[in-house]
Design a protein around this ligand. Structure first.
Ligand code: BES
Ligand code: ZN
Ligand code: ZN
Length: 483
């Protein structure tokens, strides 16, 4: 969908939208519209929508009122996004190609929120559908904004970069595993970042073997697809300043390996690269808006398959750090991938702080459902900054504990550690495992996003399917604490 700005109200618009704060009808509305809205109990609650037809300048036009909630609400931004999203949900497949958005009364910042909601909610991935009915297709092509506040157009440039990042994440997550596998993931990233000024490094299996990445390579060993390590580096900050590192789990399909998963729902494991997808999308957003920060995004890309070459329960792997791992369950593979990705980023980029994103444990969904991602950290300041960025961006986080007692649960009698703990605290023992690969007390945080990557029903600014969780969190975190 395209967003255009027009200095005056364009002629010939068939649908015009107004954003309405709770309890405040815009001035100058036709009587039928104003009375119709209150008759229909439209009060401007966030996400509420009313539409009707009126006669203007001799022709019939459709007017939509989209509610943004209380003006003074601390959830103002979300309210405005929901107003935009409500317009998209209602009109994306309604046969309308253009919505005229009357931005009177909105500040530049408020307008950006409305447009973001519109754009995110109207995103769909229909490339694999060849037989869609007319009323299923997305017809909405353009939103033409008029009466925009001064600075609205340039403010939207940053909003558009963020939207593009979220959409890229959703695309990667939506694609099935026969389309997105380690090499094709890398190819899509290369294509998207072409000419943007980011530095892209890719390690193939031979290069990773050379570096001793036995942990990551062990996971990919049963797959016909070659594994990859992908790094996207952006130097937008002071030269020489240590970068912030984002690290993502990019398991392009997780069968469980020899510890194979049950059949029902296994298709969900196409989105086991959701952490890596979020890192790629966040990098696209940050590079797209030329963030004034040094950042590196690292993604460990593997496919976890059962095969004659696959690793077995009981096998011992040697990671790049030299630490050895007894693999007791080949389905606890994400941590094996991250172990080498985390070690590599520390020795190669010497980051000031590390935040990783992974669909790491089913236990995280048991604990938090689909409302918060789990946060684990060795640093209270970093944890606080991330929690705050989560609240502000809507990508919510909830912190869990780490301790020596939990750490002991992954000691192995035969190697330095085992890749699973006992019955309880599955998400925490997974985080303890990752922590063993963090050197010199570098501030580090792990976000277990297993419950956040995919939605079974439409949400505030997403339809069913990939949510793009994590992109806004990283973007906001960089803006608040690094820039
Ligand atoms: N990718 C899964 C975790 C997952 C499960 C994410 C469901 C999203 C939805 C991960 O690799 C995994 O299989 N973890 C195991 C760990 C266990 C073997 C210790 C799990 O959670 O069951
Ligand atoms: Zn697994
Ligand atoms: Zn997995």
């Amino acid at each position: 969908m395209k967003i255009e700005f027009s200095p005056t109200r364009p002629a010939g618009l068939r649908l015009i939208a107004h954003i309405v704060d709770k309890g405040k009808h815009p001035d100058g509305l036709e009587r039928t519209l104003a009375e119709g809205a209150s008759e229909a109990r439209f009060e401007g609650r966030a996400g509420q929508l009313f539409d009707s037809f009126v006669e203007r300048d001799g022709s019939v036009v459709r007017i939509a009122l989209a509610g943004a909630g209380e003006r003074s609400s601390d959830k103002r931004q979300q309210g405005l996004e929901r107003a935009g999203a409500a317009l998209a949900a209602k009109f994306m497949s309604a046969g309308v190609e253009t919505i005229g958005l009357d931005a009177s009364g909105l500040s530049a910042e408020e307008l950006v929120s409305v447009l973001l909601g519109l754009r995110l909610r109207s995103w769909r991935w229909d490339v694999h559908r060849t037989t869609m009915k007319e009323d299923q297709k997305v017809h909405l092509k353009t939103v033409t904004v008029f009466n925009a506040a001064e600075g609205g157009t340039s403010a939207w440039e940053n909003g558009a970069a963020l939207a593009a990042g979220i959409e890229f994440t959703r695309e990667l997550v939506s694609e099935p595993a026969n389309v997105i596998y380690p090499e094709s993931f890398v190819a899509r990233v290369r294509e998207r970042f072409e000419g943007m000024g980011a530095e892209i490094t890719v390690l193939d299996e031979a290069a990773m073997h050379e570096l001793g990445m036995g942990s990551l390579l062990g996971v990919g060993q049963g797959s016909r697809r070659e594994s990859r390590l992908l790094a996207i580096r952006w130097n937008g900050g002071t030269p020489g300043d240590a970068p912030t590192a984002f690290v993502g789990k990019g398991v392009t399909f997780d069968t469980g390996g020899i510890s194979i998963k049950a059949g029902p729902g296994m298709e969900d494991m196409k989105w086991d690269m959701g952490g890596g997808g979020a890192v790629a999308g966040a990098m696209l957003a940050l590079v797209g808006r030329k963030a004034k920060a040094n950042i590196v995004g690292v993604i460990g890309l593997v496919e976890n398959m059962p095969d004659g070459d696959a690793i077995r329960p009981g096998d011992i792997l040697t990671s790049m750090s030299g630490k050895t791992i007894e693999v007791l369950n080949t389905d606890a593979e994400g941590r094996l991938v991250l172990a080498d990705a985390l070690h590599w980023v520390q020795v190669t980029h010497k980051p000031a702080r590390i935040v990783d994103f992974a669909t790491l444990t089913g236990a995280m969904i048991v604990a938090l459902g689909n409302e918060h991602a789990g946060l684990f950290s060795n640093d209270n300041t970093l944890a606080g900054q991330l929690t705050k960025a989560g609240e502000e961006s809507g990508d919510a986080l909830w912190r869990f504990p780490l301790s020596a007692a939990y750490d002991r649960l992954i000691d192995s009698p035969i190697a330095d550690m085992k890749n699973i703990g006992g019955k309880g605290a599955g998400s925490i023992t997974a985080a303890q495992f990752l922590q063993r690969f963090i050197m010199d007390k570098t501030p580090w945080a792990h976000c277990d996003i297993a419950g956040m990557v995919w939605a079974d029903k439409p949400g505030q600014t997403w339809g069913k399917g990939a949510t793009g969780y994590g992109v806004r969190l990283m973007d906001r975190f960089i803006a608040d604490t690094v820039e």
